[in-house]
Design a protein around this ligand. Structure first.
Ligand SMILES: [Zn+2]
Length: 324
């Protein structure tokens, strides 16, 4: 046990997960909330509540958190104080780090959630020892982050690694970001439910078992339910994961052509499907990788830290953030 701890907060499109994390990446206690959709004040309040629930629990362990790291599913500015744009969150450039710091009484830094997950996996997880590691998180949308020679690569404006918004299909499916045909519209958790609902609308009989599982409610056809169905052997659900994995593999091959990482770590809720997703992704990656007969392929692994990768990385970045 080490005495240095920080609080990590992972804000996704649907839930907020917070935890007390020590300098070895161990999560000592957690708190959860639903992500409020209405406005930034509600987001600020929810984060503050989760942090203020954890601070006394740290004190009870004889620990004093030195700061808060927030991993957010959105574009974070270069000084890590604001989420300037987030398709799935009610944050549009408000001074959220400063506001939360005022509410909880300790310093706060914001990090892109996939950058935080990449950092956690490089420090404590599947990517230890990699000179270049790319993390792709598949949740409501797709996030991305890169650690290069022991540093998170944020880009000039803090916005590097948005692999989910690379345009794969010109004039394709509309994306929440305002463009069309983004990878996120073909390889994220949202796609699983959307495809299933399209099949229901088309009257396809093979979707009946899945719809029954959802209690007859098409709106209840969300990623976790389809993951469960695929793991139970539902043929349609397995096929939906094959399609998502296929697109993911193409996406990774494109990222490899640009960045040449030694390893991809795949996180986010969709990665709970494990090999049902990663198997098809590896096959598709191998089919599309540039120079595939003349080079070693990058490894494609699931995150070792699971769903906690984002909050562990955010906390660790806060622990290592310069004071002030
Ligand atoms: Zn997009």
């Amino acid at each position: 046990v080490t005495s240095e701890v920080a609080i990590g907060v992972d804000i996704g499109g649907t839930k907020v997960a917070a935890g007390i994390v020590d300098s070895t990446g161990t999560v000592l206690a957690t708190a959860r909330r639903l992500t409020p959709a209405e406005n930034w004040h509600a987001v600020r309040q929810t984060i503050g509540e989760a942090v203020l629930e954890l601070i006394p629990r740290a004190h009870a362990l004889g620990l004093d958190p030195v700061g808060v790291g927030i991993g957010a599913a959105g574009l974070v500015d270069a000084d890590r104080s604001r989420v300037v744009f987030a398709p799935h969150l009610a944050l549009r450039g408000e001074p959220i780090a400063e506001a939360v710091a005022k509410d909880v009484g300790i310093p706060v830094v914001i990090e892109n959630d996939a950058n935080a997950a990449a950092w956690a996996e490089w420090r404590f997880g599947a990517g230890q020892g990699q000179s270049r590691l790319v993390c792709v998180t598949l949740g409501t949308g797709i996030g991305g982050g890169m650690v290069d020679d022991g540093e998170v690569q944020r880009g000039q404006w803090g916005m590097a690694g948005e692999f989910g918004h690379m345009v794969f299909v010109p004039d394709g499916h509309p994306c929440e970001c305002g463009n069309r045909g983004c990878l996120e519209q073909y390889a994220s958790g949202n796609v699983l439910g959307r495809r299933a609902r399209e099949l229901i609308a088309a009257g396809a009989p093979e979707v009946a078992p899945l719809l029954k599982r959802a209690g007859g409610d098409p709106a209840a056809l969300l990623g976790p339910l389809i993951t469960e169905a695929a793991q139970d052997g539902d043929p349609l659900s397995i096929e939906l994961f094959e399609q998502v994995g296929h697109w993911l593999g193409i996406g990774l091959a494109n990222i490899a052509a640009a960045l040449d990482p030694g390893m991809f770590v795949i996180g986010g809720g969709v990665s709970d499907a494990g090999e049902l997703l990663l198997g098809p992704a590896r096959r598709s990656f191998a089919q599309h990788l540039l120079g595939r007969r003349f080079r070693p392929p990058a490894q494609i692994k699931r995150v070792a830290l699971g769903a906690a990768a984002g909050l562990i990385g955010a906390a660790d970045l806060a622990l290592n953030a310069p004071a002030g």
